[in-house]
Design a protein around this ligand. Structure first.
Ligand SMILES: [Zn+2]
Ligand SMILES: [Zn+2]
Length: 472
């Protein structure tokens, strides 16, 4: 059974206590508050950010409490909002990426999230600087050895139950469990302890898009007060902790954060998503040894039965081999069986059609095949390859760039396994050559920025905006 994410998340908050009226600070007040926030961030020695559903609303993930939030609609018996993208393709918001930049700049020390969408990890916040208090829909863990597995598909259960996969550590092999809490589950101790420790150390706890109503998580920011720390709350609704805060900003989180980044003269980095898949070529010689019966399979790296949600279909064709018939693999498992002459080498072209994402529709990968040459096995430096792929994707402003990161052979059945890394999404937040899903979902500021890039603002500001750190 697969749960919709609205159901998955429904454990998070109690519908009864909803205070859903939204407040917006008038523009001049907002501007002054944004500048105060920027100064607090600049001077901060140990910034902790505490996030809730409100920072993911521009990612195509509906909010819970606003007038069009899940709870409100549910209570009024109305239909729940359709997500503009499937959950597994949700993209980080401008705010998620701004946090990544603040972390890289050494300002942000720790992120505490109540969201289960996994977008902080996806966006690039290091695992050790993140506490996901309610779990992560894409994460499973081994309860025996503790290894965490971040998947590209939604894990099928919630409530810390066993999933259908096992730990891939050879010495372990224990059953994996999901990480998303159900109503009765206590908050994870390890994450809570870390979160608490960082809140005690914090001189600023910035609460973004959370109504601060779920205990005990909502009391974490208060831990900073004893050591002289300050609380800043950015949220459209009032919260029960407003009285304890040094600064309360009623505005859209993306808008406030973009404003603060502007004041700090910091850029919001593009989001680049890399996914992995493997091509498995299994071969068996015919009895007369003249032919090879082979099977090509495009599969997930997460195990034989795992889904491959970012690929919609694979079109197979053959270069310079008109006698080999083309094929369309349009459902999982993506698999093609053929019988060809053992002595004849050929080249296959695989056209990958992507499922919903940033707008890039497909990419092609060429695969030369020669059954007479044994495969060479290797394992390359992943991080170096990822880095290079990111750089090219940012330069090209489109997806599909790919590279082999590993090749291995299996003896029985006799197979060659090639692992690929592929860019499946790129989103820019402050400069764009083409419209992306995230742009159209964000509030007006993204457009304002594009106009600025196009030259409607002064050159002083433009050159300021161009200053980039070469982080990628
Ligand atoms: Zn294990
Ligand atoms: Zn794309």
């Amino acid at each position: 059974m697969s749960l919709g994410y609205a159901e998955k998340l429904s454990y998070i908050e109690d519908v009864g206590k909803v205070g859903m009226t939204e407040y917006f600070d008038p523009p001049h007040v907002l501007q002054e508050k944004v500048e105060r926030l920027a100064m607090l961030l600049k001077k901060s020695k140990h910034l902790v950010v505490f996030t809730g559903a409100g920072i993911s609303t521009s990612c195509g993930i509906p909010d819970f409490r606003g007038p069009k939030g899940i709870w409100t609609l549910q209570r009024e018996g109305k239909a729940l909002p359709e997500a503009s993208l499937p959950f597994h393709r949700a993209m980080p918001s401008l705010t998620h990426m701004a946090l990544v930049e603040l972390e890289r700049a050494g300002i942000l020390k720790f992120v505490i999230s109540q969201n289960v969408d996994g977008l902080h990890l996806r966006s690039g916040i290091p695992r050790e600087k993140l506490a996901e208090l309610h779990g992560n829909s894409f994460m499973e863990t081994c309860s025996s050895c503790g290894i965490e597995y971040l998947r590209d598909f939604e894990v099928e259960t919630i409530g810390l139950k066993e999933t259908s996969r096992r730990c891939s550590d050879n010495k372990c092999g224990a059953r994996l469990k999901d990480t998303v809490l159900d109503w009765e589950d206590a908050l994870p101790k390890k994450e809570m302890n870390l979160a608490e420790k960082h809140c005690r150390m914090a001189d600023v706890v910035l609460c973004l898009g959370t109504s601060l109503q779920i205990t005990p998580a909502c009391n974490l920011p208060l831990k900073s007060l004893r050591g002289g720390g300050k609380i800043v709350i950015v949220n459209l609704q009032k919260t029960p902790k407003d009285k304890k805060a040094s600064l309360v900003i009623h505005g859209l989180v993306d808008k406030v954060i973009l404003g603060a980044m502007d004041v700090l003269n910091m850029q919001i980095p593009p989001f680049v998503r890399i996914d992995l898949f493997q091509i498995i070529l299994t071969e068996a010689l015919s009895i007369d040894k003249k032919y090879v019966n082979w099977t090509l399979r495009v599969a997930s790296v997460h195990g034989q039965k795992a889904p491959l949600p970012f690929i919609k279909s694979v079109e197979v064709s053959f270069l310079d081999s008109q006698d080999y018939k083309a094929a369309i693999l349009d459902k999982e498992p993506f698999q093609l069986k053929r019988r060809t002459l053992q002595t004849k080498s050929f080249e296959m072209v695989l056209k990958f059609n992507f499922s919903d994402g940033c707008g890039c529709s497909s990419t092609e990968i060429n695969i030369p095949i020669d059954f007479q040459v044994p495969a060479d096995c290797f394992r390359l430096d992943r991080d170096a390859i990822f880095q290079k792929l990111r750089e090219t994707a940012i330069q090209d402003s489109c997806c599909g760039q790919n590279a082999v990161i590993e090749k291995k052979t299996i003896l029985s059945p006799n197979s060659e396994v090639t692992v690929y890394a592929i860019i499946t999404n790129i989103v820019r937040y402050n400069k764009t050559s083409k419209s992306t899903e995230a742009d159209s979902l964000s509030n007006g500021d993204v457009k304002r920025r594009i106009d600025r890039e196009n030259g409607t603002e002064t050159s002083r500001k433009r050159s300021k905006g161009r200053k980039r750190k070469s982080k990628f």
